[in-house]
Design a protein around this ligand. Structure first.
Ligand code: LER
Ligand code: MN
Length: 270
């Protein structure tokens, strides 16, 4: 398994579950100094970070880009894949498509979390799930053509009423015409929704393509009450070799949160 830490570069957002904030190079230098394998980026758009700069920084600091988040499409522009307005759905697909192309240039898959949206008032859930399936299918094809996976993330019930747990997520992506979509196991969302984190991880098995590493209270692992040893055992049992990425609050501050994360990573996966 490979360690990863999140960097938020969306200046309009001041709080959220990301460890490092504001400055890409400073954050990457700090991540490298602590020994992280990779960074996960949350950017306002696909063209925020110049590709030559990003490539240059990955070489200079010997870091991979594990994934790119697409949530700014919803937070900043109000786009989702399940909006009843077809033009907004098309804009959401275009936004995510551009993020997929951006990430692919450094080998990073895009994550669809908040961009899945919600079942809008007056809309049948089945209809919203069909729109989500259409979006993921089209974007999965694009990701395949770029040589990257597409990561779909079940979110807890307070963030979406579409898909909240891994098992429902597995059934959903299995029914898609593309095999390019993998699941994100976010340990914070799972702590709210799953009956058992390790059992859900075992059941989802090879469908898991990315992990968000946060404790029960969304603080860095070790600062809440998630039984992490059991979770780590389950991830090893399914043969997971991907990124374990700290998408957690920068508690008590970014530097200490990053240090706590890498210490926990070494304790459970080192
Ligand atoms: C995104 O990865 C996620 O987990 C969401 O809760 C962000 O709000
Ligand atoms: Mn997450």
């Amino acid at each position: 398994m490979k360690s990863c830490v999140t960097i938020a570069l969306v200046s309009a957002i001041k709080t959220g579950p990301w460890i490092y904030w504001n400055d890409l190079e400073t954050s990457m230098a700090k991540a490298a100094a602590l020994g992280f394998d990779a960074v996960e980026l949350f950017t306002p758009a696909a063209d925020t970070v110049s590709l030559s700069l990003l490539t240059d920084l990955t070489h200079r600091y010997n870091l991979n880009v594990a994934a790119v988040g697409t949530g700014a499409g919803k937070v900043l522009y109000g786009l989702t894949l399940t909006d009843p307005d077809p033009q907004i759905r098309a804009s959401a697909i275009a936004f995510i498509g551009a993020m997929i192309s951006f990430g692919a240039t450094v080998g990073a898959p895009a994550i669809i979390g908040s961009m899945q949206g919600n079942v809008a008032p007056g809309i049948e859930k089945e209809q919203a799930l069909n729109w989500l399936a259409d979006g993921l299918s089209e974007l999965g094809q694009l990701a395949e053509s770029k040589g990257v996976k597409l990561i779909y993330e079940p979110l807890n019930r307070y963030e979406t009423n579409l898909i909240n747990d891994l098992n429902t997520g597995v059934e959903f992506i299995r029914a898609l015409p593309t095999r390019q979509v993998v699941l994100l196991a976010d340990l914070f969302h799972m702590n709210i929704e799953e009956q058992s984190l390790p059992e859900s991880i075992r059941a989802a098995g090879s469908y898991i393509g990315h992990v968000h590493f946060a404790d029960s209270n969304r603080r860095p692992i070790g600062l809440g009450h998630t039984a992490m040893e059991e979770v780590a055992t389950a991830l090893r049992e399914i043969g997971y070799t991907g990124y374990v990425s700290a998408e957690a609050f920068p508690y008590p501050n970014p530097d200490q949160a990053a240090r706590q994360t890498i210490q926990s990573f070494k304790m459970y996966f080192g």
